[in-house]
Write a protein that binds this ligand. Structure first.
Ligand code: 5GP
Ligand code: ZN
Length: 133
């Protein structure tokens, strides 16, 4: 994907503050951080959504995010991965955010619109997706 901004970062055509690189994974600091240490971990395999990435290109992602959380010293943090515009995805190359949450003001702010539970409907839905797993 010649035009993809994250593919260009992987190739070194656009500079980044690189934290880690292997044959399958690249990690770097976010250029507009929500807090100090906000980093992105991406597969080198280009795909827009998580469901576009083969499993063997995903296996290193969480260990790298964990390592970055450790080296930043973050004790509270969020790992976030957005898919689709309405889900706040801006860059169409899969990326996992590691966002330290040092205080109420910095880091990720979350709306959590929990819905009341209808146990019968939940069980019906559960049965329908469990059958496809
Ligand atoms: P999204 O909303 O798609 O999950 O997040 C995209 C992230 O990529 C944003 O946090 C944004 O700051 C970051 N980003 C976009 N362009 C660049 C860039 O050129 N360099 C770096 N380091 N981060 C970028
Ligand atoms: Zn890409």
């Amino acid at each position: 994907m010649a035009a993809c901004i994250f593919c260009r970062i992987i190739k070194g055509e656009i500079p980044s503050f690189k934290l880690f690189e292997s044959d399958k994974v690249f990690a770097f600091l976010d250029i507009q951080p929500l807090s100090r240490g906000h980093a992105l971990v991406i597969p080198k395999y280009h795909g827009a959504k998580l469901t576009d990435i083969p499993d063997d290109h995903l296996t290193e992602i969480l260990p790298v995010a964990k390592k970055i959380a450790q080296v930043t010293g973050a004790t509270d943090f969020n790992v976030l991965q957005n898919n689709g515009r309405i889900a706040h995805q801006v860059v169409d190359h899969v990326h996992f955010h590691m966002i330290p949450k040092p205080n109420e003001e910095e880091g990720l702010g979350i709306g959590w619109p929990a819905q009341a539970t209808d146990m019968d409907k939940l069980k019906e839905y559960y049965e329908s997706i469990k059958a496809k797993m």
